[in-house]
Design a protein around this ligand. Structure first.
Ligand code: ATP
Length: 247
């Protein structure tokens, strides 16, 4: 059974019809990549899955872990095990790395999640020590202000923070390697692989085809709000998809 399944999803920003019948599925433990140019609708897909508002999903279904979550509020979807690492990293620049990791669970928007997780006695998906094992650079910089970290370190912190959510099953990463130096791209990629080894499932949004095809099992190509191609990584590599991708 798929962990996540979208069936014929149509999403709108006001009168703008952006997703035009997106269907995709992700099995447990898979890394699936969603590729496409600027404006293809990748972020809109992630936001539609996460119950974010906007956009509005006007028809179609999003199923996660056996439940129809199409109309669920974002907090409930988060509590059900879906975390997003957004493109803009939303860190607390004036706080240290460790404070960011501790505070992320009690800030606005996370408050309901915390309240319910405290009530339910749930633990974070990963504790601080485990996160530092995954990202040794963050441990070296645990006292440093987040605003003074390099772009790559900030990305690691943003991923680590999402791994603090309780009972996470699906992690959606929106262009995690955009603008990073090649060496840092490699560290972020290695961490993503390790996260999957620990039992999580990944939806990886990318414009950078080369990096995401190294990591993923399968991929979908989105163009103007429609899936124009899907296949295994080796099938995607063999296709001439340049018109839809940044290569
Ligand atoms: P990018 O790489 O630029 O993030 P993307 O594939 O993620 O691209 P989306 O951000 O999903 O693309 O945008 C898809 C379309 O929806 C674009 O035409 C964009 O202008 C439009 N759009 C995105 N957000 C909004 C919004 N809040 N209100 C209105 N239109 C929006």
């Amino acid at each position: 059974m798929s962990l996540l399944e979208l069936e014929d999803v149509h999403s709108y920003y006001g009168a703008s019809h952006i997703l035009r019948g997106v269907s995709l599925e992700i099995g447990e433990g898979e890394i699936v990549t969603l590729l496409g140019r600027n404006g293809a609708g990748k972020t809109t897909t992630v936001r539609s899955i996460a119950g974010a508002d906007p956009p509005e999903v006007r028809s179609g279904t999003v199923r996660f872990d056996g439940a129809d979550v199409t109309d669920w509020p974002a907090d409930d979807i988060t509590m059900n095990g879906i975390g997003i690492v957004p493109e803009e990293r939303r860190l607390f620049a004036e706080l240290s790395v460790e404070e960011n990791l501790q505070l992320s669970r009690i800030t606005r928007g996370w408050w309901n999640t915390v309240r319910r997780s405290v009530r339910g006695g749930e633990e974070s998906t990963m504790g601080l020590e485990e996160l530092y094992e995954l990202f040794p650079r963050l441990e070296e910089r645990r006292e440093q202000k987040a605003g003074t970290l390099s772009g790559g370190e900030q990305q690691m912190l943003s991923i680590a923070r999402t791994l603090r959510l309780p009972d996470l099953k699906l992690l959606m990463l929106d262009e995690p390697t955009e603008g990073l130096a090649p060496q840092i791209v490699r560290s972020v990629s290695e961490a993503i692989e390790e996260i999957v080894d620990r039992g999580l499932t990944i939806l990886l949004i990318e414009q950078n085809v080369h990096e995401s095809l190294k990591l993923a099992d399968r991929g979908y190509v989105l163009d103007q709000g429609e899936i124009v191609y899907e296949g295994t990584v080796s099938q995607l590599k063999d296709e001439d998809l340049d018109e839809y991708l940044v290569v």
